[in-house]
Design a protein around this ligand. Structure first.
Ligand code: ISE
Length: 335
C-alpha cells in the first residue's frame, strides 16, 4: 500500500521534495501539504492530485491524513512539528538541521525515546551520494592506507538576504559536521574557525569565505573551505589524503566541450541538481524502510551530535578559539 506523506513546508526544498515524490519515488503519495502561506500551499497542491492543504501539522494529524511527514521548513520551526508528529507515532524525514541547538535536539531525543524505536531520519543527503559512499568504502577498506586528512571545499554561487555569518556554520558547514565523522568513522572532538581573505563580491555584512577545522576523536584533522558567494556555480568537492594515495570526489561530471580554443566542463548551479540523485535515493530508501518499520539513514542521534558541533562552531567563529564538542552518553535506544 502507498505510504501517505505530509510534506511540511512548501518552500524551495519542500516543493522539490513534492515533485520528487510525485514523479520519482515509488510506493508513496503526497496526501497533505502543511504550509501556512496560501500561495505556496496552493502551488504545491496544484501539482499533486488528491493532496489537501493544512495550516498546521496538528490539523493533518487530526484529519488522519498522513502516515509519515517530510519536514522541510527552516530549522527553527522543526521542534514544534517534530513533537506532535512523534506523539502521533508518525514516521519522520526531517531536513537538516534536526533543530538549531543541542538543547532542543535533546528534547526531541527524549520525546522519541518514549516510542518503541527510532522514528526520525535526518536529511543529511550526502550520505546517499554515490561518490561519498565510494570514498567511505575506500577509508574502511584501508586499500590506500590510513586516512590522514580531508580537504573539503563547499562552494555556493551566492547567498540571500537573511544569510549571516553564523549560517556559514549552521546552514552550510552543518553538512560537513555530519559527513566528516561519517567518512572518518569517529565523532567530532573540536572545531576551530579562521576567516579567509574577504570576498568583496559577498554581501557587506558577511565574512565570507572562512576556514573550518574539524578534528575527530580518532585524531583526523579535516579542513573545510566554506565559500558561499563564489559566483561561478555550486561545488562540493573533497580531496582525501591517505598514507599511500589521494582520492578526489565531487569534481564536475558535466558535459565537457572543446570550443573556441578552450575546454569547458559544465558545473552545477545549486544543490538541487548537485545532489538530486542523493535526494532521490534518500527519500526512496526512507519510504521503503518506513514500510518495514525502520529508518535507513542518519538518526536523530546523529542530528543531535551535529547540533552540538554547530554550537561549538558558532562559538569558535565568534571567539577565534578552538572549542571542544561534548555529547551526552549515547542512549542504548540509538545503538
Ligand atoms: C543550504 O541550506 C544547503 O543545505 C546546501 O546543501 C548548502 O550547500 C548551502 O550552503 C545551504 O545554504
Amino acid at each position: 500500500t502507498e505510504l501517505r506523506i505530509g510534506v511540511v513546508g512548501a518552500g524551495l526544498m519542500g516543493a522539490d521534495h513534492v515533485t520528487r515524490i510525485n514523479h520519482r519515488v515509488s510506493g508513496a503519495t503526497v496526501t497533505a501539504i502543511v504550509e501556512p502561506d496560501e500561495a505556496r500551499a496552493s502551488a504545491a497542491v496544484a501539482q499533486t492530485p488528491g493532496a489537501v492543504a493544512f495550516r498546521r501539522i496538528e490539523d493533518a494529524i487530526e484529519a488522519d491524513a498522513v502516515d509519515a511527514v517530510l519536514v522541510a521548513t527552516p530549522g527553527r520551526f522543526h521542534e514544534p512539528v517534530l513533537l506532535p508528529a512523534l506523539e502521533a507515532k508518525l514516521a519522520i524525514l526531517c531536513e537538516k538541521p534536526l533543530t538549531p541547538d543541542s538543547e532542543s535536539s535533546l528534547r526531541v531525543l527524549e520525546a522519541e525515546q518514549r516510542l518503541d524505536r527510532p522514528h526520525i531520519q535526518v536529511g543529511f543527503m550526502r550520505r546517499f551520494d554515490p561518490e561519498y559512499i565510494q570514498l567511505r568504502r575506500l577509508v574502511e577498506s584501508g586499500d590506500a592506507g590510513g586516512l590522514i586528512t580531508l580537504h573539503c571545499a563547499h562552494r555556493n554561487q551566492k547567498t540571500g538576504e537573511g544569510y549571516v555569518d553564523s549560517m556559514l556554520i549552521t546552514d552550510s558547514v552543518v553538512h560537513e559536521f555530519d559527513i566528516v565523522p561519517w567518512l572518518v568513522g569517529s565523532p567530532i572532538a573540536s572545531v576551530e574557525v579562521r576567516k579567509l581573505k574577504r570576498n568583496t563580491l559577498a554581501p557587506s555584512w558577511l565574512n565570507d569565505p572562512q576556514f573550518v577545522m574539524i578534528e575527530t576523536e580518532s585524531g583526523v584533522l579535516a579542513n573545510v573551505e566554506i565559500n558561499v558567494n563564489i559566483q561561478f556555480g555550486y561545488q562540493v568537492a573533497t580531496e582525501a589524503v591517505f598514507e599511500k594515495g589521494v582520492a578526489q570526489i565531487g569534481r564536475s561530471a558535466g558535459i565537457g566541450v572543446f570550443r573556441d580554443g578552450s575546454f569547458q566542463v559544465a558545473e552545477h548551479q545549486d544543490f538541487r541538481t548537485r545532489f538530486s540523485a542523493a535526494y532521490d535515493t534518500q527519500v526512496q530508501r526512507w519510504v521503503d524502510a518506513v514500510k518495514r518499520g525502520e529508518i535507513d539513514g542518519p538518526s536523530a542521534w546523529d542530528g543531535y551530535r551535529v547540533a552540538a558541533a554547530c554550537e561549538a562552531g558558532v562559538e569558535a567563529q565568534a571567539t577565534g578559539r578552538r572549542v571542544d564538542v561534548n555529547y551526552i552518553h549515547k542512549p542504548a535506544f540509538y545503538a
